[in-house]
Write a protein that binds this ligand. Structure first.
Ligand code: AMP
Length: 375
């Protein structure tokens, strides 16, 4: 194996994270366990990540002074959500290594750029057309056909800014309902399942994928992840190969989540990508030898990647809004691991935490060998 493309950062170094949500919180847990320091940059007071990090800057992303001070105080910077303004990311990258790099953010922030990039880099998608007006939408519908899905090109997530276009849908109403913004029209995919692959990459020789998982959504928000996905091994391999090709194309250092549809015909189409830890990887905290968060830290700090194999099958359920009231029943199940994000107000649609039920794999008859050091 050749040398890493950058010198490793050893424990004791400081990881700067843009964003204060639960992904930052769980990354901070993994980082501090490995002996790193963590500095969170977020506009939000008392955010999930800042509750567990020793250093916090509370400022807007366009506050150049605060960003500069932050950049000088950390050894590597990353982000826990992809809508960090590109200008802020670029300014940061001039002072400190930003992993993954700005190019990954730029691709993931814009659905048109994203799907164009995917198609050119081994990631098949549904057919799509860029749309900038109701007239554009009418023309795009001629090409794509109905049903179709209209989405905002930027800043859409969890089904926000998304409109289903059926046989009778009025073009002007659909364009207005999407927000009359720059948009993308996608062919409707008749899927049998939605799966995702999470992959860590440092360079072409250092990649490690978690097994594909199946994701079920409720009201456009991830509800349940089943690990592993109940799909043929060849399809799982294909999904991993697609994720590897995309990570290569992005020259990504860090973590990449790839969401895919398994179509009615049994083929794979990529829906979207995220260059960061992902909700569909939360099961790995309790069910894998290395969690997605530890793997993320290892990847961006240049440590050897850990083994992503699972030691248990798992079902992860998001606790969204009032689901939090079920906590008493969940915690009474001794095989369920509970993770709460420190959010005080349970608004509808708000991710308050998650619960992972573990189904340990048989040990295969081999007795565990003790001690495991120094043999
Ligand atoms: P997105 O915001 O792109 O992740 O979409 C949210 C959810 O909407 C997906 O997880 C799918 O369940 C559904 N969806 C998005 N795009 C399509 C499509 N082109 N065809 C069918 N369903 C879709």
């Amino acid at each position: 194996m050749s040398d890493l493309p950058f010198p490793p950062l050893l424990p004791g170094a400081t990881i700067g994270i843009l964003g204060g949500g639960q992904l930052g919180r769980m990354t901070a847990h993994a980082a501090t366990r490995l002996g790193y320091r963590v500095h969170i940059f977020t506009p939000e007071q008392d955010s999930p990540a800042s509750q567990v990090a020793p250093a916090v800057t509370i400022a807007e992303f366009d506050d150049a002074d605060a960003l500069g001070d932050f950049a000088r105080s950390v050894d590597v910077a990353t982000f826990e959500f992809e809508n960090v303004p590109a200008a802020a990311a670029k300014a940061l990258a001039e002072v400190v290594p930003l992993r993954p790099g700005v190019q990954c953010l730029e691709v993931a922030q814009d659905r048109i750029r994203e799907k164009t990039f995917l198609n050119a880099n081994g990631g098949p998608t549904a057919p799509f057309e860029a749309v900038e007006s109701a007239d554009d939408l009418a023309r795009a519908l001629e090409k794509i056909g109905r049903p179709a899905v209209l989405k905002t090109a930027t800043l859409g997530y969890d089904g926000k800014g998304q409109v289903m276009i059926g046989p009778e849908t009025d073009v002007h109403e659909a364009y207005a309902a999407m927000g009359a913004a720059r948009g993308i029209l996608e062919g409707f995919v008749d899927f049998q399942a939605e799966i995702s692959v999470i992959l860590a990459r440092q360079d072409a020789e250092r990649m490690a994928a978690f097994e594909p998982v199946e994701n079920r959504h409720r009201h456009h928000i991830l509800d349940t992840t089943v690990a592993p996905a109940q799909i043929a091994p060849e399809l799982a391999q294909q999904a991993i190969a697609i994720a590897e090709a995309i990570a290569q194309g992005l020259d990504l250092v860090g973590l990449l989540a790839v969401e895919l549809f398994v179509t009615a015909e049994g083929t794979l189409l990529v829906n979207e990508i995220a260059p960061r830890p992902h909700n569909s990887g939360h099961w790995s905290i309790d069910a894998c030898i290395t969690s997605q968060f530890e793997q993320f830290v290892r990847a961006i700090c240049g440590l050897p990647l850990g083994n992503p194999s699972r030691h248990s099958n798992a079902v992860m359920r998001n606790l969204i809004g009032d689901d939090i009231n079920e906590i008493g029943d969940l915690i009474a199940d001794p095989d369920v691991k509970i993770h709460l994000y420190g959010k005080t107000e349970a608004r509808p649609g708000r991710k308050m935490g998650h619960a992972t039920k573990l189904y340990p794999l048989e040990a295969g008859g081999t007795p565990p060998r003790m001690p495991f050091f120094g043999e």
